[in-house]
Design a protein around this ligand. Structure first.
Ligand code: FAD
Length: 286
């Protein structure tokens, strides 16, 4: 099924994200975790893509397993800046062959050594190309706090608009920990005439070590309430996990109460975290 149809129903949805293994030895354990999460019957599940494309086969294989064995609609991520056009089309061909209809089209991060291929510069080029390639439902990334490379949020929103005009059906946000940032962003994008569904990306932070990585990776602002939680529970792994899941649950309930129906959870291959969230929301997202 196409994700634009799922999002178009106008009822709360929840999707979960998994990342593929880096090596063949970890393939079975990642697939097992992904299928366990699929057993929670999310609205769809996304599978990330290793930026260099070296593990693209695992993205396609895990996405296909979710569809064929897990009975869940998969969303395969695809990045372009470190790929040749030939590689991108090879992966699109594999997705089509396996009946995977949904692609999250991304530029990918610029590698630390600065080496990129020259076929693509921005995600909008990839989106346009996928649209001209056939019948995929295409999503893209967006950044409520602005993308880290962007000089300002206004420019970033104009570039988001280019992605939507290139043909994307929905956009998924980078993680955020303060819902007011998302509400403000939604106001700004709607004002710019961007009308596609915005899927809110929520990261349950379940360990102290995640925090530093999040700050570095996404530039997300961490509210005082969030910092207090980490200060109080950060050194007690079980308490931190419980508090982090509760924080994410509260964020999701507030979003849905305010009309943001599409929720995406960065579950990081952790079935127990996805299960607890699902249970906390069982009567809110049916
Ligand atoms: P783009 O939309 O191309 O934007 C990149 C930067 O260029 C922005 O600053 C933008 O403002 C600017 N820009 C865009 N167009 C122009 C233009 N015409 N002129 C000048 N500037 C322009 N990474 C992975 O490697 N694998 C994944 O699976 C993955 N999944 C992700 C899922 C989500 C929901 C999110 C939010 C991010 C994900 N990422 C993933 C990270 C993503 O690849 C990086 O954030 C990357 O740096 C930007 O990708 P993008 O598609 O948003 O790029």
């Amino acid at each position: 099924m196409k994700i634009r149809e799922i999002l178009g129903r106008g009822v709360p949805t929840i999707s979960f994200e998994v990342f593929p293994p880096k090596t063949a030895e970890n393939y079975d354990s990642v697939k097992e975790a992904a299928l366990e999460i699929a057993g929670l019957q999310p609205s769809f599940m996304s599978v990330t893509y290793g930026a260099g494309g070296g593990t693209s086969k695992y993205t396609v294989d895990i996405a296909a397993a979710l569809k064929e064995q897990g009975g869940v609609t998969p969303l395969a991520h695809l990045t372009c800046v470190s790929s040749t056009r030939e590689k991108v089309h090879q992966v699109l061909g594999e997705l089509r062959e396996r009946g995977i209809e949904n692609v999250l089209a991304l530029r990918g991060d610029i590698p630390a050594d600065g080496h990129v291929e020259q076929d693509y510069h921005y995600a909008s080029e990839l989106i346009r190309e996928i649209r001209s390639e056939g019948d995929f439902c295409v999503g893209a990334a967006c950044y409520p706090e602005g993308h880290v490379e962007s000089a300002n949020k206004a420019d970033d929103i104009q570039h988001l608009k280019e992605k939507v005009e290139a043909g994307c059906d929905f956009v998924t946000t980078q993680m955020f920990f303060d819902n007011n940032i998302l509400y403000h962003f939604l106001y700004q994008v709607r004002e710019q005439g961007i009308t596609v569904p915005v899927v809110a990306g929520i990261m349950p932070v379940t360990s102290k070590s995640q925090i530093r990585r999040i700050g570095l990776m996404s530039g997300a602002q961490l509210p005082v309430r969030f910092r207090a939680m980490v200060e109080r529970f950060g050194d007690d792994p079980a308490a931190m996990k419980q508090a982090g899941i509760a924080y994410a649950t509260e964020q999701i309930i507030d979003l849905i109460a305010n009309g943001v129906n599409a929720i995406h959870v960065y579950t990081m291959n952790k079935p127990e975290v996805a299960a607890k969230l699902r249970e906390n929301l069982s009567d809110i997202i049916r």
